[in-house]
Design a protein around this ligand. Sequence first.
Ligand code: GAP
Length: 509
Amino acid sequence: MIDFKKLTAHCKEYGFIYQSSEIYDGLAAVYDYGPYGTLLKNSIREYWWKSMVQMHENIVGIDAAIFMHPKVWKASGHVDAFNDPLIDNKDSKRRYRADQLIEDAIDKLLAKADKEVEKAKKRFGDSFDEKLYRETNPRVSGYLQKANDINRRMNEALNAGDMAALKALIEELGIADPETGSKNWTDVRQFNLMFSTQLSNIAGEEGKLYLRPETAQGIFVNFLNVKNTTRQKLPFGIAQVGKAFRNEIVARQFIFRMREFEQMEMQFFIKPGTQQEWYEYWKDVRLKWHLALGTDPAKLRFHDHENLAHYADAAVDIQFEFPFGFKELEGIHSRTDFDLRSHQELSGKKLQYFDPETNESYIPYVIETSIGLDRMFLATLSNALIEEDLGEGNSRDVLRLHPALAPVKCAVLPLKRNEDSIVEKARGIFNQLKFSFNTQYDDTGSIGKLYRRQDAIGTPYCVTVDFQTLEDNTVTLRERDSMQQERVPIDRLEQIIGDRVEMKNLFRV
Ligand code: GAP
């Protein structure tokens, strides 16, 4: 697993991600994508969009506005219930999420249990039965039981909206400010995560607009429009990619938790009563989408929600093992008819579907798949970045991205940058290949340095032009991961590279 600090440094050094407004010391939890980051993000977005809209006859895409009527957020429950529990430390004046402080305490207990297990593993060698040890060793099972108990009590308090119980738990566990060690806490209170702004022509509450905290509501309020204009029959889905905004209390872990981010969401409208079947279907489809990228299956797992959002009757996360542990990457939620029903009630418009098979009208149920594009970007980089030992004291940083996602598909490199005939030939190849896929020409260093730079940005193929090229029109084609080189005719490059970097390879898995 790549070190997290190394990953963030790599993002900056190679033009993937910069801190927003860096010359003014940055804006917390807001980031800008650099040239290679933008290309990689576009590829991930395209992979998701095509997998939904192009690969499913019954899924269509929309692009709704970020601003919506203020009543949307009343109906969706976000005005009343989109809160996080906040706590301030009176001495340090630092602000935290109460549930995260408690989760950190749980993680410490789990880490203690893991440490004991590791020690025993070394002691007992091959005969060690980890499962049995976790269940029977008093110290380990004690840590695990305590962690479970705290987790259960935290979830009960969160579900009941009982802020006093969260505060009591923090005090009972002796949780201190992680920065200063102070235990002088305020009470826990609810904090609404929506950013708001004001319309210029309407004063007061009536003109209060919110920056959408999820893209899903743009889909729900367009349900009738899409149904009527596309003549889709149930089951059908509406997909959307776009910005979402949340006033997160604690900014941490780089682009994992941002205040401005992008979501890729799909609402799948179904007949009531079929939600279990479609929930399982989408769990399976979405896991396969991740695995098709070549992600190690051990780094992905399902995690059922214990603390259900206000709209869901079942919910599961696909978690990914980030450099800081297993965390939510994507959510699959069974949203019942909560959203359409609420919008129907508040708007007075009938948001129903007439089922020609049963001659009945009903409000459809919804299965949602929701993934953060930025979080997927972080997972993709964490999975791909490797520090490879090449022996004899040499190493390289290589981004083993799936070729279909790579920002640059091919780099054309002249072996000698001062040799006009080679440079001219290389430029000619670049000018030919750029019509088919993203190609880069680079002559700013020695060939070894140029290869390393392309490895670091994940370019799957490098084409090297040398003296032999001038004689027989062949070049060296180097593959990133194996570093193997083959001699190929120039007129076959487009076909060879094109076939290997096509997005459709991801759908054929
Ligand atoms: N419409 C449902 C919804 O928004 P969510 O679990 O709150 O559900 C869905 O968010 C996904 O959006 C998450 O799994 C995560 O990938 C991404 N996400 C949520 N908050 C985020 C944040 N502050 N920064 C980056 N990504 C975020």
